[in-house]
Ligand binder design. Structure first.
Ligand SMILES: [Ca+2]
Length: 504
């Protein structure tokens, strides 16, 4: 079987330009070969600034691509040794979000994305417990899109509640869900937290294949089988390059500069996902709707330094509120509509996306319930700056407040609260100079922001339920390890017990 990986990109490029993209060829006997393809960029795409006739009478499609645990230093355009040719080209031709802020861990970021609200107000401050969810009364992003007539699809990871069917994406505004409900899964067995966690429309599936490939195939399926007289919203929630670090089906041959071991395994997972994104773009082009589709790319939290990721020169990583935990790669790409080749240096935070995307498609950003975010579309399109707002971050007992350019960081270690630190993250983006004692006024002002936030009961998972616990630390890791299945599939267990008293 041959998997063709390609991409046709446009943006600031007018006319025709050739780009060489390396594509992987998978053979039936798993022989690994690499083949180079020359693709054409910009062909058939109108000049920047022109709005095509067809998009004028229908809202544009939205594809939101979220990678899992990808660090600031894990994309080529940020200087990584990891090969990300598709993302690099998107960054070159789209708007690169240099200050793209998220929460330090999976569930809070996903909650913020879908609600437009700070997840700490809902007790979503860590990986979501299986028997908890987002409060059921909250209106989520797909519901807003449905009100505008959109079809709504999710492929991939949910991580916002699994033990009750009311928590599931198909109960919360998505027309379809293919993927898994928990925080991680084995890329081949699709077993997570001891049970099969792989479903279509809430029914468990036993399927061969690597999760990234299956999710890419689902994206192509919904794009090709969509109802053409309606726009669609696709939330593409890849779980790569989250643990477990497992060998991808076909080695790209592009990551020989990566250090052997964890970093190499991780790099291949990133490059594999990058190729999947290329396939999605190619499918949009083949359907003739590339110009009618806004594509956003982001990671959900900073890279985990003990699992092969890199946050470049940024301090910290996944799980804490230093910049390495919350500042991640991001791109907005809308060929023919948004002038590309730019870097947006203004900050955007993940709960801005709901109002931003409603604004972007021509809807009303102000309809978001109790929004903490704001539309950043004017800043993204380069028309005008948006006013910076105070942002509060957190995961478990770590907190941060950003009031541009100041940032307060307060961590806890072993239940002991450390002295808060203060950084000027414009002058000192790597947080090397603690200015707490030099600016007591700003310190007390930002500490007061934290104090003003009411304590909310956490919906976090017990420590034994955190992702990565099965992962063997130290030398001699087996990247081919497969997770054993020791309990019944999660979906059927939830269906059977969905009338039980499970807290939302
Ligand atoms: Ca994550």
């Amino acid at each position: 079987m041959k998997i063709r990986v390609g991409v046709i990109l446009a943006g600031t490029i007018v006319g025709t330009m050739a780009m060489t993209l390396v594509a992987c060829t998978e053979t039936a006997n798993e022989e690994q070969t690499v083949q180079e393809q020359t693709l054409v960029l910009g062909e058939g795409v109108s000049d920047v600034g022109l709005v095509s006739e067809s998009s004028a009478d229908q809202y544009p499609n939205v594809v939101f691509i979220l990678l899992d645990d990808m660090g600031f230093g894990d994309v080529g355009y940020n200087g990584s040794e990891i090969a990300t040719p598709v993302l690099d080209q998107m960054a070159a031709d789209g708007v690169r979000l240099d200050r793209n802020y998220v929460y330090p861990i999976c569930s809070p970021t996903r909650a913020a994305l879908l609600t437009g609200q700070n997840p700490l107000y809902h007790g979503v401050d860590a990986p979501m417990a299986v028997d908890k969810s987002l409060p059921l009364g909250l209106k989520l992003m797909p519901e807003y899109f449905k009100e505008l007539g959109y079809q709504t699809f999710i492929a991939g990871k949910w991580h916002l509640g699994m033990a009750n069917t009311d928590f599931w994406p198909i109960s919360r505004g998505f027309d379809s869900h293919y993927g898994f409900l928990g925080g991680w899964t084995d890329f081949y067995t699709h077993v997570g937290a001891g049970g099969l966690d792989w479903q279509r429309q809430g029914k468990s599936l036993r399927e061969e294949g690597h999760t990234t490939d299956l999710l890419t195939a689902e994206a192509l399926r919904v794009i090709e089988s969509r109802q053409e007289d309606k726009p669609f919203f696709l939330y593409m929630a890849y779980n790569a390059p989250h643990t477990p670090l497992q060998t991808v089906p076909t080695i790209s041959g592009l990551n020989e500069a990566a250090e052997a071991g964890d970093r190499y395994a991780y790099a291949e997972m990133v490059t594999h996902a990058d190729a999947g994104i290329g396939a999605i773009i190619e499918a949009l082009e083949a359907e003739g709707i590339l110009e009618e589709t806004i594509i956003v790319f982001s990671s959900d939290n900073g890279g985990s330094l003990v699992h092969g990721a890199s946050n470049g020169s940024l301090n910290g990583g996944k799980g804490n509120t230093y910049e390495g935990g919350i500042r991640v790669p991001g791109i907005v790409w809308w060929p023919g509509h948004v002038e590309g080749g730019r870097v947006m240096e203004q900050s955007i935070i993940v709960y801005d996306w709901l109002p931003t995307l409603l604004d972007a498609v021509g809807g009303d950003a102000s309809v978001v319930d109790d929004a903490h975010g704001q539309s950043m579309w004017a800043a993204i399109t380069g028309n005008e700056p948006s006013e910076s707002q105070v942002m509060v971050f957190g995961a478990r007992d770590h907190r941060a407040v950003i009031d541009w350019p100041w940032k307060l960081v307060r961590l806890e270690n072993g239940g002991v609260r450390e002295e808060a630190q203060l950084f000027n993250i414009v002058d000192d983006p790597n947080e090397q100079n603690d200015l707490a004692t030099e600016n007591l006024e700003k310190m007390s002002e930002l500490l007061a922001v934290l104090t003003a936030m009411q304590d909310v009961e956490s919906r976090r998972a017990a420590p034994t339920n955190r992702p990565g616990n099965f992962y063997v630390e130290g030398e001699g890791r087996d990247f081919e390890a497969r997770l054993e299945e020791s309990r019944e599939p999660w979906a059927e267990a939830a269906i059977r017990g969905s009338q039980s008293d499970v807290s939302d």
